[in-house]
Design a binder for this molecule. Structure first.
Ligand SMILES: NC(=O)c1ccc[n+]([C@@H]2O[C@H](COP(=O)([O-])OP(=O)(O)OC[C@H]3O[C@@H](n4cnc5c(N)ncnc54)[C@H](O)[C@@H]3O)[C@@H](O)[C@H]2O)c1
Ligand SMILES: [Zn+2]
Length: 382
């Protein structure tokens, strides 16, 4: 007898008219990959893009699921890591897709974390002027964030994600059991984005996370808990709703960048290295965004900012600049990175600020000097 309890998967729809699609969430859903593709695109071939870690753990299941539905599939395996979002690897992926005679009507399958989703999604956006693709996200970050919404990209030497396209997938299949092999540090980093949805617009969800995060991490369905599945579903619903209203980030979608201005600057200051994973940077960034908001005309009570930092710290995420390993960046460097990341208009920056847990808003008039003073103070804290 197996200890894993299975229930029907949860389906979240991304309502984008003709470009709309389902996100299917549940333990073991990868077994249905072939059947779902066959139903969506009868007779289509598939081409899997994955990395060498994911290939070890998940590729066999994905290929078996496709074979079971009679779907012919080729694949390319790229090295794991952000470095694969390069022109060179992008070229390899595109050429491999073309070499395997994938045509309009066939499907690319992005099997992996955000790196693979962004890389394979961008290849799908441009090979033969656009192929359909399926996201099979295998990290928590990818399941709750990068696989949904259609942003695809590779990196330029001058900055991350600078070469890309909006290209929505035709299906997202998020198998929460795949997260069992994810290194705990990666899982925790992805959790920062889960918490973000609570902080942006759902105070009740944030409260639920405070009470249930341990079950999310353990994924222990044997005790009848489906906390992980619920967390992924609520996160996807939140992102799907925002993307459905603002696909190309002309307004509301910017709220998803809560914590990302401070976070990106810290990530860049660490050279996008293992010193600080994206989700870890965002945890610090969100704590700083609450702190900054609390000082600013008393937007949010100090206790509420402290509550946010406490929860992030409880799960083991960094919340202060000094929690980042290694030498601290200088305030000048951080300000330069922030100015690079954001357009500065007459000395003013646009930030995502908060009135409280669950109520983030876009503030276009944040004075650079105010940010500098805040960061100087934070850097001086012992
Ligand atoms: N497109 C978007 O909207 C969007 C949003 C957020 C982030 N991103 C991008 O996502 C990327 C980060 O994604 P990520 O955090 O998933 O990183 P990642 O894809 O590098 O995965 C993290 C690590 O986990 C490994 N891994 C993946 N699945 C595994 C599994 N099931 N078991 C064991 N190991 C596994 C990977 O090989 C890798 O070493 C960045 O490039 C970022 O720019 C994109
Ligand atoms: Zn992020």
């Amino acid at each position: 007898m197996t200890a894993t309890v299975r229930t029907d998967p949860t389906v979240v729809n991304v309502a984008l008219g003709a470009r709309g699609y389902d996100i299917v969430i549940g333990r073991g859903v990868i077994a249905s990959l072939g059947a779902r593709i066959a139903a969506l695109r009868p007779g289509a071939k598939a081409f899997i893009v994955t990395d060498d870690n994911v290939a070890r753990y998940v590729l066999g299941d994905a290929e078996a699921a496709l074979a079971k539905a009679g779907i012919a599939a080729n694949r390319v395996i790229v090295p794991a890591g952000e470095a694969s979002k390069s022109y060179r690897v992008f070229e390899q992926v595109c050429e491999a897709i073309i070499a395997s005679h994938i045509e309009r009507g066939d499907l690319v399958v992005a099997l992996g974390g955000g790196v693979i989703g962004d890389l394979a999604g961008f290849a799908a956006a441009v090979v033969r002027r656009g192929l359909d693709y399926v996201q099979v996200p295998t990290t928590l970050l990818a399941q709750v964030d990068s696989s949904v919404g259609g942003k695809t990209a590779i990196d330029s030497a001058r900055g991350k994600n600078l070469i890309g396209a909006f290209h929505q997938p035709v299906l997202v299949l998020a198998d929460t059991a795949l997260l069992d092999t994810l290194p705990e540090r990666e899982f925790r980093a992805g959790y920062a984005e889960v918490a973000k949805y609570g902080l942006i617009g759902d105070a009740a969800f944030f409260g639920w996370l405070e009470a249930n995060w341990r079950e999310i991490f353990s994924g222990a369905n044997s005790s009848g808990s489906f906390a992980r599945e619920h967390a992924v579903a609520v996160s996807c619903r939140a992102k799907a709703a925002i993307v459905g209203r603002d696909e190309r980030e002309t307004g509301e979608r910017a709220l998803l960048n809560l914590g990302h201005t401070f976070g990106h600057a810290l990530e860049a200051a660490c050279g996008f290295s293992d010193r600080l994973l994206h989700g870890e940077a965002i945890a610090v960034g969100m704590a700083l965004a609450f702190d900054f908001s609390a000082r600013r005309q008393g937007l949010v009570p100090k206790e509420e900012a402290a509550r946010v930092a406490r929860h992030l710290a409880d799960v083991g995420l960094p919340t202060r600049i000094k929690d980042v390993a290694g030498p601290l960046p200088a305030v000048d460097q951080l300000m330069e990175l922030i100015a690079q990341d954001k357009k500065v208009r007459r000395g003013m920056l646009t930030f995502i600020l908060v009135r409280g847990i669950g109520s983030a808003f876009v503030e276009a008039g944040v004075d650079q000097r105010e940010v500098r003073a805040f960061l100087s103070e934070k850097l001086a804290e012992q």
